[in-house]
Design a protein around this ligand. Structure first.
Ligand code: AP5
Length: 201
């Protein structure tokens, strides 16, 4: 096991359509972190028609969360597969308090932790607009109708929003204005990450 006390591990948090995937791409390019998106990992399993993918698809097609043990297992394997990482950016994970507690334990085993949670704040009407617009071209079944998009937002409020408290109690939760342009949002995120990197260097 590689122990790197300078690692930078962050969670990009926020509701569906808040820009987590878009901003993760910018962050990994600038900071060289490894991107772990449970949504992308699940879609890859679905694409490969694996048993895990076929099971997950039943939940994803309805805009519901996939069971905790499935996504925790996927993240655990990815952490083990990247022992030399300079740090991780978690996108779409953790999404429940049980997932957050599991992630804390997995990182503690590697003598590291989550250093900050950056939460993209975007009004609900803008989230719905973005997702329905993307649904026109993305082929994502969970962007296909307003009712499924709304289910995803309800799941977020009921199960994922409480994860904020889990990190806020350790002073690790930061809200970021996410309804400006992609560039403006990236600038705000970069300021937070630059500060974190300088403290940990
Ligand atoms: P996941 O793939 O994680 O989807 P999501 O969280 O619903 O998020 P999205 O990918 O839709 O949005 P995003 O915030 O990444 O925004 P994006 O950058 O794409 O999860 C999908 C499903 O998998 C879940 O519903 C669940 O079933 C399952 N799942 C995944 N993780 C799980 C877990 N941990 N536990 C249980 N189940 C899990 O942007 C959206 C659109 O907006 C794009 O078109 C983009 O171009 C546009 N956009 C972005 N930023 C801006 C901007 N500033 N201005 C204008 N447009 C913008």
């Amino acid at each position: 096991m590689n122990i790197n006390n300078n690692m930078v591990n962050l969670i990009l948090f926020g509701p569906p359509g808040s820009g987590k995937g878009t901003q993760s791409a910018n962050i990994i390019e600038k900071y060289g972190l490894i991107h772990l998106s449970t949504g992308d990992l699940l879609r890859s399993e679905i694409g490969g028609k694996t048993p895990l993918g076929l099971e997950a698809q039943k939940f994803m097609d309805q805009g519901l969360l996939v069971p905790d043990e499935v996504v925790i297992g996927m993240i655990s394997s990815k952490l083990d597969a990247n022992p030399e990482a300079a740090g991780f950016i978690f996108d779409g994970f953790p999404r429940t308090t049980a997932q957050a507690e599991a992630l804390d334990k997995l990182l503690a085993l590697k003598k590291t932790a989550i250093h900050t949670v950056l939460s993209l704040e975007v009004p609900e009407d803008e989230l719905i607009r973005r997702l329905l617009e993307r649904g026109l071209t993305s082929g994502r079944s969970d962007d296909a109708s307003e009712s499924i998009v709304k289910n995803r937002i309800v799941e977020y409020h009921n199960k994922t929003a409480p994860v904020a408290d889990h990190y806020a109690k350790f002073g690790k939760f930061r809200k970021i204005k996410g309804d400006g342009t992609v560039e403006a949002t990236f600038e705000l995120l970069s300021k937070e990450i630059d500060e974190l990197v300088s403290v940990r260097a």
